[in-house]
Design a binder for this molecule. Structure first.
Ligand code: 4AD
Ligand code: MG
Length: 431
């Protein structure tokens, strides 16, 4: 007799195994007691048959409560009607820990209650499916870059200065100095691109924006590639290849999870195919005006504008060449119009908003020095960043993608808070 995970059972028909897990639910029908056991790898219907069970076995099967931890021994049987196509004919049952009344029941709970119980909510079937999709996306990201010979270079989390703008930083005491939690690993990645050519970082990032929207978290995970010698057009191709390959991977490998989440995969499938529409910022403003938005050249787009732009195509849409004034200091000006930056935002369809922000980077020392001054940034803190332009300057480009936005979109969630195991939000730092 061996220990088995539930996911392996279809290969173990006829064998006696022990499965360890938690009681998901139970019901009785005459002489039968059906225990649905979950072990993280799947759900198993374990059946106790009264006439062949000892009194202890039957009583234990009856007193088990939701989420009690347990083990069952029995023979694996094929059963087309059972979840997973197999069931277990139970011969022995051990109660490891009898669970008191479990807070999360099949009835509806409000979001606050569920978030306060996030440590338990993670066990629920929907949340389980979301974390599986997240896991697939994370692994798909690493696989994508590994296959293309990128080197993973992680950036520090404790930093001395801002990257994306000073207003949104969390600060902490650093032995008498102030340190800031990183908003983006990009600045640290650019020097590594000179060392390795193609690099990426992937880690937690922090934004102290007092924003309550369903698209904002205070702590989120960002993946950022940075590529030496790559210009703006190459960057657009990379972003498109990256996102479409992740969508294809999730559609292929997470079909069960998407089904459980009731994701309309017909709406997701077009994003697995290239190309994605590319819209010049100026044309985007015109399109918005035509749709009745009060958009003006020079505006940054809000959520509603983004939704209107991406929904035309039903595919992620890339808005290019934003006004330099509304973008970060490090972005390369457009050679045909220096008031514009070689910047791109990729907007997901179905209202999921911006999933990627990126640009070609300024590669000239003088131009960057001037931008740092214009943005009122402390030059001394950026001396090392200027060195990347002093010692062998090179054209390079990169982008950042927040994975919770992508997980939300692929899973069809209504809020980013379910896309990360423990969300950090404006009024939430628990559990
Ligand atoms: O557009 P952002 O601010 O770009 C950067 O940080 C660049 N330095 C990236 C780079 O070029 N290497 O952020 C990038 C992405 C956004 O498109 C979005 O997906 C995500 O990070 N993001 C957030 N996700 C969740 N909550 C927030 N508050 C987010 N802010 C940005
Ligand atoms: Mg952005």
């Amino acid at each position: 007799m061996r220990d088995a995970e539930i996911r392996e059972l279809p290969q173990l028909i006829g064998q006696e195994v022990r499965v360890r897990g938690w009681l998901y639910n139970a019901r009785s029908s005459g002489k039968l007691r059906f225990l649905v056991v979950r072990d993280g790898s799947g759900y198993l219907q374990a059946v106790v048959f009264k006439p062949s069970a000892s009194e202890t076995l039957w009583n234990d099967a009856e007193r088990l409560t939701q989420e009690s931890s347990l083990w069952v021994v029995g023979t694996v049987k094929e059963d087309g009607r059972a979840p997973g196509g197999v069931e277990l004919g139970v011969s022995e049952l051990g109660i490891v820990s009898l669970c008191p009344e479990y807070p999360i029941t099949p009835k509806e709970h409000g979001p606050d209650f569920l978030l306060n119980n996030r440590h338990l909510w993670l066990r629920s079937k929907r949340q389980h499916a979301v974390m599986r999709v997240r896991n697939e996306i994370v692994f798909g990201i690493r696989d994508f870059f590994y296959q293309r010979n990128y080197v993973n270079i992680d950036s520090p989390i404790l930093t001395p200065a801002a990257c994306e703008g000073t207003s949104t930083l969390f600060s902490t005491d650093y032995f008498g100095d102030t340190a800031y939690l990183s908003q983006s690993g990009q600045l640290y990645l650019e020097p590594a691109a000179a060392a390795h050519g193609k690099v990426y970082c992937f880690g937690p990032t922090f934004r102290a924006e007092k924003s309550k929207t369903r698209r904002h978290l205070m702590e989120f995970w960002m993946v950022e590639p940075e590529v030496a010698w790559m210009h703006f057009d190459g960057l657009l191709d990379l972003a498109e290849e990256f996102v479409s390959s992740l969508v294809a991977r999730v559609l292929d490998r997470c079909a069960d999870e998407l089904a459980w989440l009731e994701r309309d995969v017909a709406k997701l499938a077009p994003a697995a195919e290239r190309p994605y529409p590319r819209i010049d910022y100026g044309d985007a403003v015109e399109r918005l005006k035509a749709k009745g938005f009060p958009a003006q050249f020079g505006d940054d787009f809000g959520g509603d504008e983004e939704t209107a732009l991406a929904d035309d195509a039903g595919k992620p849409t890339m808005i290019t060449r934003y006004p330099a004034a509304i973008k970060a200091f490090y972005m390369e000006p457009d050679p045909t119009d220096p008031a514009r930056a070689l910047a791109v935002d990729m907007i997901a369809p179905e209202g999921y908003g911006e999933i990627i922000g990126g640009s070609e980077r300024i590669s000239s020392y003088d131009k960057l020095e001037q931008r740092i001054a214009e943005h009122g940034l402390p030059r001394q803190a950026f001396e090392w960043y200027l060195d990347v332009r002093k010692y062998g300057a090179f054209p390079h480009s990169g982008f950042g993608m927040g994975i919770e936005r992508v997980v939300s979109w692929m899973c069809g969630l209504s809020h980013l808070r379910e896309a990360i195991p423990y969300p950090r939000m404006l009024n939430r730092l628990y559990p």
